[in-house]
Ligand binder design. Sequence first.
Ligand code: FDA
Length: 302
Amino acid sequence: MSLMDKMVVWSLPFVPKPIVGFFSRNYIAGSTLDDAIRVVRDLNKLGIMATLDLLGEEVSELEEAEKAAAFYRTILERIDTEKLDANVSVKPTQMGLKVDPEACYRNIKSIIEQAKGFNNFVRIDMEDHTVTTDTIEMFLRLKKEFEGHVGTVLQSYLRRTSADVRRMVEHKANIRLCKGIYNEPRAVAYKQMPIINENFKYGLEKLLEGGCYVGIATHDEILVWHGIKTVEELGLKKDQYEFQMLLGVDEKLRDIIVKAGHRLRVYVPFGKDWYPYSTRRLKENPKMAGYVFKAIFGIEKH
Ligand code: FDA
């Protein structure tokens, strides 16, 4: 990251919310379920699947978590009524993990029960390293009861991930593999991108060889290429893996993957709690965040 990019990332917390909102609108489907459904319908028309994410993270009251779980059940109902090709992604801390782990388990279970009723699927997103173990244990507990209807995520920046990959292979789990987005300490996470990328490739090969269904979640074209190479070498069928990308990121690459005949799913976040998600996306893309910075400080665009 250049010095300018670092400055941009550092200054983001001081940027007024409406400006962050303006520049992150491409990454978010809107604030209502109707907005999200419209976006999913358009993606489906292009032959692209979706996963719906109700924005919101760490809750401090169980009531909030229960409300969010109820809303997820409504989302699943709506996906079914509208006959959309979409599933949902949920965050454990939004479901109350840090307030009461058992209540969180019950909340997520209620969503998966609903998904099972509609023959659909719930992905448990992975948050920062303080909840990795709890998330994996909860996933494995739910998987026993809801085989085929639940999956989780592994992050290639974590030092523990190769061990987690082995465990997921033992369970033939459905895994989304991504690099990881949280700002983790060096003690638990690799900080050098070449290592994170090699660990992504290593994990992907082991998961696919081990018979896991993998959501290959990246916009990094080298890793996409590596994914295609690996599935070809293993002779996998199109329904044994999928690529995944975030809404609003590198649509050209997205179209190339779809045209090549691979299944692709777009992560569609929506809802009123858009701010933490937006700042994470803008930090990932300092070029975009640079426009925010320039708008704030009145620097002209080139
Ligand atoms: P990398 O960051 O190297 O980017 C590759 C290319 O894509 C670069 O050219 C870059 O400019 C471009 N790019 C990346 N992000 C961009 C952006 N926001 N705007 C514009 N261009 C961008 N993380 C996590 O910790 N837990 C999770 O559960 C998930 N879930 C998840 C689901 C899905 C479907 C995806 C695609 C990603 C996640 N992530 C995640 C986020 C993931 O960990 C990672 O931070 C981002 O995908 C960026 O990493 P890339 O692999 O794309 O590589």
